[in-house]
Design a protein around this ligand. Structure first.
Ligand code: NAD
Ligand code: DAU
Length: 334
């Protein structure tokens, strides 16, 4: 299979590309990534010279660039490229609307033109909004809170419309909060671990009791792999780790693992519109395909801590701001 992966230099995309190339010796992958602040070639350094892997630096908003890549006739698209951080979308929604909605539209049009056999759209549990009660099912209404979540919900609906109207073979995954190696240190667990290593405090929003369901990134990669091959066209598949914890409990675990006390917690002003709890019902993907997360939360969390301890040369330049200058000079647009 020839795959086009968008956003493959980011956190989940890079883990997915490594997973696919190692698992399927016959597969070829082209990674189309703009290398925004979140895209990092170092995420794929170990495999960048594989003959079955190709990288194109380009923007999904640029139709001509997408057309060049699509003219190589990939069998399927796995679409990760997005602006992904909620706090940034609250600060400015502009890039979120452009990349997440308009960029997805550009890809859908190209997929239609080249009669793609499969379009896997990577969405999020945030499109359902917050819940104090049961978990959301795939058929529940969308009630996103942040500009980020709204832009993802809009892209889901657009993708659906291309399935309904043009029979484009779209499949959507909506996963809960991922964690694992190569996650940009603006996201909660990555920020918390790296702050503790730097002997800094962890900023905890509001009362610290917002709940997220944590999913190890390689379990998500397995789910996306499964949906790519077996997912039914026009369907949504929720993907969750079954690891719901209030943020304060995550902090307590990290303090415990890293030998720090509660003085390293700093309660700060809450995020505007902060969703209280995300929860997804994953019965569908479990019953249709037998997918389930393999890693226990605590074991995967320890692995993640060890990865950040052993890869300071990956995250320190990002936190210090050196990263953008360096890579800005190294890569050219096509
Ligand atoms: P990320 O921010 O780490 O990576 C995003 C990647 O997309 C980067 O490599 C970036 O350079 C690239 N990109 C951004 N704009 C682009 C553009 N215009 N053209 C080409 N490339 C562009 O994100 P992530 O955490 O890996 O998330 C990947 C996808 O999964 C996103 O669609 C996100 O909404 C979704 N998702 C993430 C999570 C999570 O917990 N991280 C959970 C559910 C869903
Ligand atoms: O649910 C899936 C979503 O998970 C993805 O779609 C998003 O791309 C991804 O960024 C993530 O969104 P969240 O907003 O849930 O993740 P974040 O890591 O920003 O925050 C997790 C929780 O931790 C949330 O309740 C806010 C809180 N938080 C976050 C940061 C960055 C803090 O208390 N302090 C912080 O400094």
């Amino acid at each position: 299979m020839n795959l086009l992966v968008t956003g493959g230099s980011g956190f989940i995309g890079s883990n997915f590309i490594r997973h696919m190339l190692n698992k399927y010796p016959g597969y070829r992958i082209i990674n189309l990534d703009k290398l925004t602040y979140a895209g990092n070639p170092a995420n794929l350094r170990d495999i960048e010279n594989y003959p079955r892997y190709g990288f194109v630096r380009g923007d999904i908003l640029e139709e001509a660039v997408v057309d060049v890549v699509m003219s190589r006739r990939p069998d399927a698209i796995v679409h990760f490229a997005a602006q992904s951080h909620v706090d940034r979308s609250i600060h400015s929604a502009h890039d979120f609307v452009r990349t997440n909605i308009v960029g997805t539209h550009v890809l859908l049009e190209a997929a239609k033109k080249y009669k793609i056999e499969r379009f896997v759209h990577i969405s999020t549990d945030e499109v359902y909004g917050s819940t104090d009660e049961g978990p959301f099912r795939e058929t529940d209404i969308l009630k996103p809170s942040s500009p980020y979540a709204s832009s993802k919900a809009a892209s889901d609906l657009l993708a659906f419309s291309f399935f309904k109207t043009f029979n484009l073979p779209v499949v959507i995954t909506r996963s809960s909060n991922n964690f694992g190696p190569y996650q940009y240190p603006e996201k909660f667990i990555s920020l918390a671990i790296t702050n503790l290593i730097e002997d800094k405090k962890i900023p905890l929003y509001g009362d610290g009791r917002n709940v997220r369901d944590w999913l190890y990134v390689l379990d998500n990669c397995e789910a996306i792999d499964t949906v790519l091959h077996k997912g039914r066209e026009g369907e949504v598949y929720n993907v969750g780790g079954g690891n719901e914890y209030p943020n304060i409990d995550i902090v307590t675990m990290l303090l415990d693992e890293l030998g720090k006390d509660e003085s390293y917690i700093e309660y700060v002003e809450d995020r505007p519109g902060h969703d209280r709890r995300y929860a997804v019902d994953t019965t569908k993907i479990r019953e249709e395909f037998g997918w389930q997360p393999k890693r226990s939360f605590r074991e995967a969390l320890r692995d993640k801590i060890a990865w950040y301890q052993n890869n300071e040369d990956w995250w320190r330049p990002i936190k210090s701001g050196e990263f953008l200058d360096y890579y800005g000079k190294q890569y050219q647009n096509i």
